[in-house]
Design a protein around this ligand. Structure first.
Ligand code: ATP
Length: 536
């Protein structure tokens, strides 16, 4: 075992608890999944009006008054909207300041650099009036006049049909230009198509964004009239990719909290609402959505959420190996165990050498030896590592918490392989800007009003690890995995210095190149996994 002696190990009860006292979330204990609404509430539908597909546009142009579930509509006061909504990008900003704030001036510069037609808004103030605000103009089309407003949200189109249906059969002269609008405080699910006339004639804020979009559109059309065909094709290709991404933004990745809605349904019953993490968007873009809306297409995600919160396989100290308990004897796996068989693709098998690798990892663990997995590139070190963690979970009741530190570039692959090979483990990716990480800590990582950890595996990057080392070093990790671990070859590096003091019961370094230049580098890796046995 390579647990460092000087690491702070909490001995409070048997549960895996967070023991760092300077945690920035210390003041956030009021956040509760079941009772306390979170501070950041994004757009929420009011239920004081219902949508009827045969209403005239004039009547229904106030999108906010459209009910997702018309049958359940009932009067209730409008939910207050956020004062300050920040748009962030799901990537790490190397130069992120502690507050991670960007000035509007910076955003304006960024806008100039945008080579797509999307108009980006990073920070915007929303006043208390009921006017909706344009956050972004996403794209445009030539549509059937009147095919705008609430009937054009994704869920209304799905439920009641597309008002723009049959547009292909119309002449150009019969059509009007329409713009797809992302509204401040509302998820992409509530995007609507709007026309210039409808927006200008209504009480909508942020019209300047539309003007900018139109200006850029004119420039684009001028450019297209002169550019080479291949450049135009390249541009169109990019637009297609943007469209695909927009579709992803409307997909639920995870439900992360629930609460009883302040609104009631048509028969006066209380209904639930869920906090949604949207696919390909950061946690800071999570929004509360009505149960009915999410049930429509993503009921499985709600089921998965309840399975997670009712899970009996949560990390605790006894089985995490933090207490001095002898590890079980190694028993060789002769074939791939069923718990590893991917449900979505049951024909997938661990390759022979991967099964051998898994046995080797389990053997080392049972002997309390941390180790280095040094297969060559592409041989499936990720899958072997995940199989190892899943085996600890299923065979030895070690439910984590496992900390997996990986390069940003491989994060998506790790996430994918976890879903495929270890779906029972609750694995959460801890990255993004300050606000996203705060959301993850509040909703995904820790139980409300407690310091107990509720994920089995936490994936993060080197950069985030360094930023949040005070927080992350406060846990007793059942195992620490470092991918591309040759980054630890220099024992004076920040990463090395940061991780060496983490409290871990087991360490696994993953690298295709454990020996790059000198033996000293290998020695540094060995010292990292066995600091007591191999002295630097
Ligand atoms: N048993 C398997 N069945 C199906 N696909 C596999 C299997 N093992 C590996 N792969 C695939 O092979 C590819 C490489 O695997 P992986 O990324 O785990 O390798 P690696 O050793 O971690 O690579 P690198 O050193 O580049 O990080 C991945 O796309 C993975 O899905």
């Amino acid at each position: 075992m390579s647990s460092d002696d000087d690491a702070s190990v909490s001995t409070e009860g048997d549960d895996a608890v967070f023991s760092e006292k300077s945690d920035p979330t210390d003041s956030e204990e009021e956040n509760s999944e079941e009772s306390d609404p979170p501070r950041r509430r994004k757009r929420k539908l009011s239920s004081d009006e219902s949508f009827s597909s045969d209403d005239s546009y004039k009547k229904k142009k106030k999108r906010k008054k459209i009910q997702k579930k018309p049958a359940k509509a009932k009067s209730s006061p409008r939910t207050p909207r956020p004062k300050d909504v920040k748009k962030v990008v799901y990537k790490e900003d190397e130069s992120e300041s502690e507050e991670d704030e960007e000035s509007e001036a910076d955003d304006a510069d960024l806008l100039e650099d945008e080579d797509t037609l999307m108009t980006e808004v990073s920070t915007m103030q929303v006043d208390d009036s009921n006017a909706e605000t344009i956050e972004k103009v996403l794209k445009h089309r030539e549509g059937i006049p009147g095919a705008i407003g609430p009937p054009t949200t994704a869920y209304n189109v799905e439920e009641k049909g597309d008002p723009n249906k049959g547009v292909e059969d119309k002449n150009q002269s019969e059509l009007e230009r329409q713009f797809l609008i992302k509204w401040v405080g509302w998820s992409h699910l509530h995007n609507t198509w709007e026309s210039l006339k409808s927006l200008n004639g209504s009480n909508v804020k942020g019209i300047k964004k539309l003007e900018n979009y139109i200006k850029k559109l004119d420039e684009l059309e001028f450019w297209k009239s002169r550019a080479d065909k291949e450049y135009i094709e390249h541009y169109d290709c990019e637009q297609e990719m943007n469209d695909e991404l927009l579709d992803e933004y409307k997909k639920v990745e995870r439900v992360i909290a629930h609460q009883v809605s302040r609104e009631k349904n048509a028969v006066g019953e209380k209904v639930m609402e869920y906090l949604i993490k949207w696919a390909c968007l950061p946690y800071s873009d999570c929004t509360w959505e009505d149960e009915g809306l999410i049930q429509q297409t993503f009921s499985q995600k709600i089921d998965e959420y309840y399975t997670r919160i009712n899970s009996k396989t949560l990390p605790n100290k006894i089985n995490a190996g933090m207490l001095s308990k002898r590890r079980p004897k190694f028993t060789k796996l002769d074939e791939m165990p069923d718990y590893l068989r991917p449900i979505s693709n049951p024909d997938m098998e661990l390759r022979d050498y991967q099964l051998e690798g898994l046995n080797w990892l389990l053997h080392a663990w049972s002997r309390e030896n941390s180790c280095i997995l040094a297969d060559e590139m592409g041989l499936g070190k990720t899958i072997q590592t995940i199989s190892f963690l899943s085996s600890l979970f299923h065979l030895h009741d070690v439910h984590g918490p496992f900390l997996i530190v990986v390069p940003l570039s491989t994060m998506t692959a790790w996430q994918r392989e976890f879903e495929l090979w270890a779906p029972t483990l609750n694995a959460v990716v801890y990255m993004g800007d300050v606000s996203s990480r705060e959301q993850i800590r509040n909703y995904e990582l820790l139980f409300a009003n407690s310091r107990k950890i509720k994920v089995n595996a936490l994936l993060t990057t080197y950069e985030i690890l360094l930023k949040d080392k005070a927080f992350l070093s406060g846990f007793d990790w059942a195992a620490l995995m470092v991918d591309e671990a040759h980054r630890l070859k220099n024992d004076e590096s920040l990463l090395y210095q940061c991780l060496r003091n983490f409290s871990t019961a087991h360490r696994l370094l993953i690298t295709g190149t454990p020996l790059q230049n000198s033996l000293k580098e290998l020695w540094a890796l060995l010292h990292f996994i066995m600091p007591d046995k191999l002295i630097l």
